[in-house]
Design a protein around this ligand. Sequence first.
Ligand code: DGL
Length: 268
Amino acid sequence: MKKKQPIGLFDSGIGGLTVAKAVKNILPNERIIYFGDTAHLPYGDKSEAAIQAYSIKIADVLLKEGCKVILIACNSASSSAYELLKEYVGKRTKILNVIDPMVDFIGSNFQNKNVGLIGTKRTVLSQVYEKKIKSLDVDIALNSLATPLLVPMIEEGYFNNKISHEIIEEYLNHENLQNIDALILACTHYPLIKEEIQDLTMNKIEIVDSADVVALSLKQYLEKENILNEKNDDSDTFLISDFTESFASSAKTFFDSPITLKQHPLWD
Ligand code: DGL
């Protein structure tokens, strides 16, 4: 792999831009190619088979762009399609996901603690976090809760307001999330409501989102393989499978600075 080749990231939509942003912060010399599958959003309610089919199509796009790494910037796709994608791309590129770095982080930081986790139905049903944490053989009690209203709520720009407070509080009051020391935000949309959750829990529990943890682990991988880009003069590319003005304006919020989205249908 060449140092100059771009890093590919993908998500069901624009939520993964929170990860892309963290990657750009920590790796400013890297060029990124982001793919948001807005035509098939949300992934959280889809079957594993559907998410696998979309992920393969997206991997083809990112492979064509010559990505030196493809980072699945979506928990739902990481839980459904990571193993399959690894097999599919073989030696052509490296596939990374957002779950493994988080599992390592949880394993090293929350031994003997009660940890809560919120995510989409697909992520929570897969029990991927439970299985991976169990394989670490550490004493951590993990309780998960599917919170399917949060993605559409955030996508519609509903955060830091009365309605989002009510929805988040309702979820936080669920029995699965009682007496926890930390709460894992296992969805790449949720960094946008991290502060709100922090306020609603009165800073009594640690709220952990994956963006920085994942970006750091990507950096470590590039360093280990000696494929860090030293200088980048090319601009980043942001592709979405279905373009609407509403995605264009929300993208700014997720990426925290203006970007240009280009339409790139997954099927011709
Ligand atoms: N951002 C995706 C994730 O991390 C979820 C959004 C969706 O349901 O499509 O799981």
